[in-house]
Design a protein around this ligand. Sequence first.
Ligand code: SF4
Length: 395
Amino acid sequence: MNEIDLQLLEKEEAERLISNGQAVRLNSRNKSPTLIGDSCLVKVNVSIGVSDNKKIDIELEKVSTLTSLKRESPDIIMDLTITDDYSVVDCLLESFNGPIGTLPHYRVPSKFTPKEYDRALLKHSELLASKGVSFFTIHPTANLDLARIASSTRKTPITSRGGGILLKHTLLHNCSNPFERILPEFVEMCKSYGVAISVGSSFRPSSNNDALDDVHLKEIALQTQYIQKIKSLGGTVFFECLGHADLNQLDTYSQIIKDVGVPMMALGPITTDMAAGFDHITNAIGASYLAHKGGCHVINSVTREEHTGKVPNIDSIVEGLKTAKIVAHSVNIAKFPIYKSIFEKNIYDQRAEKQSCVVDSGLFDEVQRERVGKGCSRCGAQCPLILTQKIKNHV
Ligand code: SF4
């Protein structure tokens, strides 16, 4: 486990939380497991992956950059590739030191008959599990009942790509959701490889207008049923939620999420639909509030390209990641005094010692600093920190 998580949590307490489902251990091939949950540090996930094999090289460069980061390294990486190419997940398994998640249904053709689909889904899931992935996100709630309600009450019924892929199959064959059909076998297979399951959200709000609507509340209730089912089958489970919501809805959401009783990986929540081009910031605002309220245990990094239609480049991915890391750090120092004393006190002490706001430590080592004498060039000779000694002598 993460060394700091171990300082926050006694081993026995960690085992107790894991056994009742409040914490989840994400195994990884190259490292000791990562713990997620309310009593652990909030973690950050970054998602990459391709929808066109011609762009694999660009994505592999992203893997190389992300895995070379030090302090700002993501805690978790997900591969969202939807093609038949495995290079991204293979490269991650080779080079990333944390948990790796993916979605097995992303690569199964919707046109398969239910029987063919189930067989292919299980086979493909087992292939990925045997390679060493840490968790699968599944979308068992993408069903025709919720789709009917969503299409009659929402202007945009569904926004999840994973949910959409499964819904396409269920519409084509007028059948149930594949994960509903194969759940016991799927859970058994995941257990045998130590793979956790994240119950994804297919009908999360696609804009703030749909937050807390009937469809989303019904979906969370159904997600909860799947979580209980997976638990009763002995599987390791957490869930995914949200997307978009107004700030004043997040107290309600965090209570709903706490009631589900397992760790939650948040998508967003993006707090306004008006900031295309700056959604790494709207994501940071929503994720900070939700995580501070205890309703989110893994933050998803979002890029400024979230609503621009462009594929994020590496600079944009790193910018989104750094923004999410600031969120996680801010929540963690507020949540855990010991974490604050390990990291923030050093800055406080250095500022006092050097009589300057400008010191070298921080989350991002590469940031250039400019010092002039004791202060810096901002206030020049009027630097108030220079008064420190005079104030002390005077008092
Ligand atoms: S000059 Fe101003 S900004 Fe710079 S160290 Fe002094 S108080 Fe801080």
